[in-house]
Design a binder for this molecule. Structure first.
Ligand SMILES: N[C@@H](CCC(=O)N[C@@H](CS)C(=O)NCC(=O)O)C(=O)O
Length: 64
């Protein structure tokens, strides 16, 4: 079964890395999606995080 949590992350982002470490320390399963923050965010990503920044987390139980 696919993880319920998705972490939207980016290379070299300390905030995203901290989030990833916290999820691992909590023993939570999660999928990661790499966001290229050097280019404009997609409409799809802006519906997840209107601010357009990373990190962002979604939880299937809460978003679907
Ligand atoms: N505390 C901020 C920090 C996030 C942040 O600054 N992320 C940077 C990357 S480390 C970012 O997404 N920059 C892309 C942009 O500003 O368009 C938040 O989570 O809202």
């Amino acid at each position: 079964m696919a993880p319920k949590i998705t972490l939207y992350t980016a290379h070299h982002c300390p905030y995203a890395h901290r989030t990833q470490i916290a999820l691992r320390e909590l023993g939570l399963e999660f999928a990661t999606v790499l966001i290229d923050i050097m280019i404009p965010r997609t409409h799809e990503y802006l519906t997840i995080n209107p601010g357009g920044m990373v990190p962002a987390l979604t939880d299937r139980l809460r978003t679907s």
